[in-house]
Design a protein around this ligand. Sequence first.
Ligand SMILES: C[S@@+](CC[C@H](N)C(=O)[O-])C[C@H]1O[C@@H](n2cnc3c(N)ncnc32)[C@H](O)[C@@H]1O
Length: 239
Amino acid sequence: MTGTFYGVGVGPGDPELLTLKAISVLKAAHAVVVPKSKDTASCGSQALGIAAKAVDLSDKEIVEMAFPMTKDRDELFSARKEAASRITGMLRAGRDVAFITLGDPVLYSTFGCLIPFVKELLPEVRIRVVPGITSFSAAASAVNKPIAESDEKVAIIPAAYGLAGLEEALRAFDTVIIMKVNKVMDEVICVLKRLGLDGRAFLVSRASLPGEEVVTDIKSLEGARPDYFSTLIVKKSGW
Ligand SMILES: C[S@@+](CC[C@H](N)C(=O)[O-])C[C@H]1O[C@@H](n2cnc3c(N)ncnc32)[C@H](O)[C@@H]1O
């Protein structure tokens, strides 16, 4: 009997924000896969820290897997193929494998990128996703602000991949969530100022984690490099 491949969202940081389902899947899993990158602010390490506060992982096989922080397709694909081969090896041996993800596994997570590679090697694989609380839910919750109400439309921009489309999104949507924003804060502030929206934005760093910080005076961040775990939300209407 092959094992089950779980993508487990561990939420944004506070271990109390893990779901009961995430806890029970982690308790039952034989192996926990932790995605690692060379980046010191690795989501995987953060996810492991969160999971370990909620569940005793001492009897689990903790398997670190390296994923390069690169846009080079060949390098990315070869790391994913290698990871898929290791994961399917464990599944074939009858082990249930939990791949942990910061926030939610279906939002900008390596887990999502791995699914086709795992399916290619093991077409009959059983995959189960355990949703997690996203970082942007935690960021909006930090200021008690709804992301959207009634007919409001929402866009999400992964800023590390460039800001093409940001201005259009800010014009077309009521709320724009900008993730992976820390390295491009100045460019984002410049666009917000040009559109007169700098007063409608707030940045939440380390939402629900120790050291959580909320900045509403966005212009004060000019020249700053916020924490990698930072999300900027622009809410054009409402309070
Ligand atoms: C690779 S994405 C992971 C997204 C995650 N899967 C989710 O559901 O939120 C990493 C980005 O998520 C955001 N992020 C993750 N944790 C955060 C936190 N505790 N507070 C604010 N933003 C966070 C930041 O924008 C960071 O650059």
